[in-house]
Ligand binder design. Structure first.
Ligand code: ZN
Length: 244
């Protein structure tokens, strides 16, 4: 079987700002760390694309050669060209998997695919996060225990303004008391979508093997698989319709 071709999309703005803590945590960008970790997994080949490349690195050819995309954005959601957003959304409908990470909850493609406000509560307080597996039979939870922890993560709290997930794999408890639906799955037409909450830019979250295990599992779960053909628009009857 050929490798799953992943395009790791990164906004890559915070990390280029030398006054920003993320430039020390991820000197070459979060996307490079995510891609390197994915490339170490069997059956996965990852490339990167970033906002400031022509067409945000998402040319028609790159999109056509992408089975699964991961998306991280935060400070520059508005700089993403609507034309590219529509192409990404169309590829999801055609069957491309997509994984939205952390602050990508407010990204244009996520909001477009969800159709809701996608807002949430947040707080940066260096607090502990405990992620509970609430659907242990789901492939994205493969190899995990009951729960796992991050020493420091940004709090995201309910209510998270999303459509009800088709599957909810993780719920996170934060030290300050909030809870959050932190691992959510949807299917839109032929495409599988996963939202995964951890990954604030000033914490070393994407160096964490458990976090990367989840993202690797999610790559495999969102990867395209054989689907039924669909046809829209005017449709000829299969039986003769008797004149009345
Ligand atoms: Zn954040």
């Amino acid at each position: 079987m050929s490798d799953i071709r992943v395009t790791v999309w990164g906004e890559f703005r915070h990390e280029k700002d030398s006054s920003h803590e993320s430039s020390r945590v991820y000197p070459d960008g979060m996307h490079t760390v995510i891609a390197k970790n994915l490339n170490a997994m069997p059956g996965i080949t990852a490339r990167t694309a970033t906002l400031d490349e022509p067409e945000h690195g998402l040319t028609d050819q790159v999109l056509a050669e992408t089975d699964v995309m991961t998306w991280w954005g935060h400070m520059a959601h508005g700089d993403v060209d609507d034309r590219i957003v529509e192409k990404v959304v169309k590829r999801v409908w055609e069957g491309m998997g997509i994984i939205f990470l952390h602050s990508a909850h407010f990204s244009k493609p996520f909001k477009r695919l969800m159709g809701t406000g996608c807002d949430l509560k947040w707080r940066e307080a260096d607090e502990k996060a405990r992620m509970w597996v609430v659907e242990p039979g789901h492939p994205i939870a493969a190899g995990l225990g009951n729960c796992f922890e991050l020493d420091k993560e940004e709090m995201y709290g309910e209510h998270f303004d999303i459509p009800k997930p088709d599957a909810l794999v993780f719920i996170t408890w934060f030290e300050g008391g909030e809870v959050f639906r932190s691992g959510c799955c949807w299917v839109r037409q032929k495409g599988r979508i996963f939202y995964f909450q951890p990954g604030h830019e000033t914490y070393p979250t994407y160096y964490d093997p458990t976090i990367m295990k989840v993202i690797g599992n999610a790559v495999r779960w969102t990867a395209p698989r054989p689907c039924a053909d669909v046809q829209y628009g005017n449709f000829q009857p299969l039986e003769e319709i008797k004149k009345k």
